[in-house]
Design a protein around this ligand. Structure first.
Ligand code: HPA
Ligand code: ZN
Length: 326
């Protein structure tokens, strides 16, 4: 349609995408075979059939299992390059991608192997697709603060290749406060700080993320809308929210896309953006998130432009780079 062509043609940045969550079943199968790993699935169709989740944890269990096929730098490079190709096809021109090093180091894959592979994919994407990207190291919040500090230590030789750190994995029971010290240590090293908050966790976690951790962006943030004072604060401070509509639908954060709060967020003056989170698992890449949400809640072209602008304004590009790309 003309609307889809318009949305695809708008330059867009993706600010919330876990690279391990872009592992398509086909590549999962191919890597399992190449690396001599036996998957508990007999076919690609069987894998896809298993992607039915009632909450975040259901998804995480299968997502960590899937990531087990990634072993070599070449695997990570192929993973990243496949994502950037999809992004470019969707009219995405910049991405700030999350990765979960502990998922790999805990099974004996060296931190440097992950970095080398992802960086090679990012490099090639910029050269061949014109897509720029940055890396955000996420600490798994279901693990300990000590483990996060050990991971930050492993990252120190790679600091100039990292834009920031984040917090992901199981939210409820693991508030931002648990990682306030390690996130501060990362900030002291010159890294940006983001955190998943208000995906399943309460508004109190979003308060902690802004007041205690002083994050540069909130990932998701949906449940902030339950708290008027919090919403007002996010508006006043112009905090970017990296919203992931199809993820919210698949993880049952919303019962249907028709009642997704994205349009409300924009109406309230929140700096919302649209993102795919884990596109291989949630059934859509960046453009599909824009189009499905636009269709369901009735986004205008002006609202789409606002979302695209918010994606660059909220990115970790320099002010000069932003001005050139908005
Ligand atoms: N939430 C928390 N952790 C995650 C997610 C998510 O949506 N995707 C990958 N890790
Ligand atoms: Zn996420």
């Amino acid at each position: 349609t003309a609307f889809a062509t318009f949305v695809r043609g708008l330059p867009k940045a993706e600010l919330h995408m876990h690279i391990e969550g872009s592992l398509e079943p086909e590549l999962m199968f191919a890597l399992a075979q190449r690396n001599g790993i036996t998957l508990p699935f007999k076919s690609v169709d069987e894998i896809r059939a298993a992607y039915q989740f009632s909450n975040l944890q259901d998804f995480l269990d299968i997502y960590y299992q899937g990531a087990g096929v990634l072993r070599t730098a070449e695997d990570f490079k192929e993973l990243a390059l496949a994502y950037f190709k999809r992004l470019a096809a969707d009219g995405g021109t910049h991405a700030e991608i999350f990765f979960d090093p502990q998922t790999h180091t805990d099974r004996g894959i060296a931190f440097g192997v992950v970095m080398e592979g992802l960086l090679a994919g990012m490099d090639e994407a910029e050269k061949t697709l014109g897509v720029t990207s940055k890396l955000i190291l996420c600490f798994l919040r279901h693990l300990s603060e000590d483990s996060a500090f050990e991971t930050l230590e492993l990252a120190k030789p790679w600091l100039n290749k990292l834009a920031g750190v984040g917090l992901d994995s199981s939210e409820v029971g693991h508030p931002p406060a648990k990682f306030a010290r390690v996130l501060q240590a990362a900030r002291d090293l010159g890294l940006k700080v983001v955190a998943h908050a208000g995906e399943e966790g309460p508004p109190a976690y979003v308060w902690e993320a802004i007041d205690l951790v002083k994050v540069d962006r909130i990932d998701h943030g949906n449940r902030a809308l339950e708290d008027e004072a919090l919403t007002a604060r996010l508006v006043k401070d112009g905090v970017t929210l990296t919203v992931c509509p199809l993820s919210n639908l698949k993880l049952c954060g919303v019962p249907s896309l028709d009642v997704h709060p994205l349009k409300t967020m924009l109406a309230l003056g929140l700096k919302a953006t649209v993102n795919s989170d884990d596109p291989a698992y949630f059934g859509g890449y960046l453009l599909e998130n824009y189009l499905a949400t636009a269709q369901a809640v009735g986004l205008t072209r002006d609202e789409i432009v606002t979302l695209a602008r918010n994606s660059f304004a909220g990115s970790f590009l320099s002010e000069a780079e932003k001005a050139a790309r908005l």
